[in-house]
Design a protein around this ligand. Structure first.
Ligand code: SF4
Length: 374
């Protein structure tokens, strides 16, 4: 397939790996903050192909996984109401809340529908003027612009029965939280290319300077990842810490001005809880005051919800890069994609799901023998 096959070329991959091997002289720990990159790394065995000195740590880059339990419970509370049609991307339906998930709500009679775009939910609202239509707006900077557009369009078209349950998160404050954590081992970041295609790169030089870490904007195909690693390792070996763009075919320094203008109009920055991690200051977006009547939390007054994470699930440690998924006692036994205990096993971008799907069931050495892709 054009524009994909070129970035999976084994000969070019070997050349990049040889270059990394020739450059590295000591151990380095790099973090990717994107679930799509995590899946590429595990699916293609990139972490196993890299020299032993280069460790890839998976960060909190899966949007479904970091959506806080309290918001999942609020979604179920709203979706249970008879007047509501609750619309969501499919991944969210199986994310465990405190005592059930949205699939269970649907089984109990809730009108929960899977949509592929927030604008689909807007169409449903237009077609059902006597019902309340709520869209579950979650994710990073990448999914925020279309969600902002849906809210903006609802206002413009006077579709009053449409609202949004918003739980958007922002990557730069998460990098700051990771770097200030006492257990942090990260020495360089592969920044998520799709996030930077929207937001540009201007939020990152301050972080690179403050924490003296290289930040390399990186794409999603195997060669993209290897090029991101190569540039990060090169900086580390030279003692540099700049922001570099290894994904110029999609990312411009200024990002996407139209998308950013839409975000600025509809959302405002707020503190946000990340599932398994806790509250990170200024790390999220909520609807701006002028759109408050389209905020489902206000419209349905879902307050007073107390939550309790299942103690067996260690996804908080997985999301912070402190634990590899197969090091969790429940991995592959009581927790599988069919019986997930945590969101990181549910989502198509979750690290636990990636390790399970691509048969990372044990130590790296055992995986080299057991993995069909290693
Ligand atoms: S394997 Fe399951 S229980 Fe363990 S951290 Fe992952 S999602 Fe949670």
């Amino acid at each position: 397939m054009k524009y994909l096959a070129e970035f999976q070329n084994p000969d070019l991959a070997k050349g990049l790996l040889d270059d990394i091997r020739a450059t590295v002289t000591r151990p380095w720990a790099l973090m990717e903050v994107c679930g799509g990159q995590t899946h590429t790394i595990i699916r293609h065995g990139i972490d196993q192909l890299l020299p032993d000195e280069v460790e890839l740590i998976h960060g909190p880059g899966c949007p479904v996984c970091v959506t806080p339990l309290e918001v999942i419970d609020k979604a179920m509370e709203i979706a249970s109401r008879p007047e509501v049609i609750f619309c969501s991307f499919g991944d969210m339906l199986r994310v465990p809340g405190t005592d059930r998930d949205l699939f269970r709500v649907r089984g109990e009679g809730g009108d929960v529908r899977v949509v592929y775009s927030p604008l689909d939910a807007l169409d449903i609202a237009r077609e059902n003027p006597h019902r309340e239509v709520v869209f579950f707006g979650i994710g990073f900077e990448t999914t925020a612009p279309p969600n902002a557009m849906a809210v903006h369009q609802a206002r413009k078209q006077d579709i009053r029965n449409f609202s949004m349950l918003v739980s958007h998160v922002r990557v730069p404050p998460a990098i700051e939280a990771i770097m200030t954590s006492a257990e942090c081992r990260v020495q360089g970041f592969l920044a998520a290319g799709h996030v930077c295609s929207v937001m540009g790169m201007e939020e990152y030089p301050g972080l690179a300077e403050k924490f003296r870490v290289p930040i390399v904007v990186t794409g999603f195909e195997p060669l993209d990842i290897l090029e991101g690693v190569r540039r990060t390792v090169r900086q580390l070996e030279r003692g540099e810490h700049t922001v570099d763009n290894a994904y110029p075919r999609a990312v411009r320094p200024e990002g996407n001005p139209a998308a950013r203008a839409m975000l600025e109009d509809v959302f405002e920055v707020t503190d946000r809880a990340w599932r398994g991690i806790g509250v990170i200051p200024q790390s999220g977006w909520r609807l701006a005051d002028k759109y408050r009547d389209q905020d489902a939390e206000h419209r349905f007054d879902v307050t007073g919800i107390t939550t309790c994470e299942p103690s067996a699930c260690r996804s908080g440690e997985v999301l912070q890069g402190l634990l590899k998924p197969h090091e969790c006692e429940a991995f592959g036994t009581t927790c599988t994609p069919r019986t997930p205990l945590g969101a990181t096993m549910v989502s198509s971008e979750g690290a636990c799901a990636a390790y399970y799907l691509y048969r990372r069931l044990g130590t790296p050495a055992a995986n080299r023998e057991a993995s069909p892709v290693g």
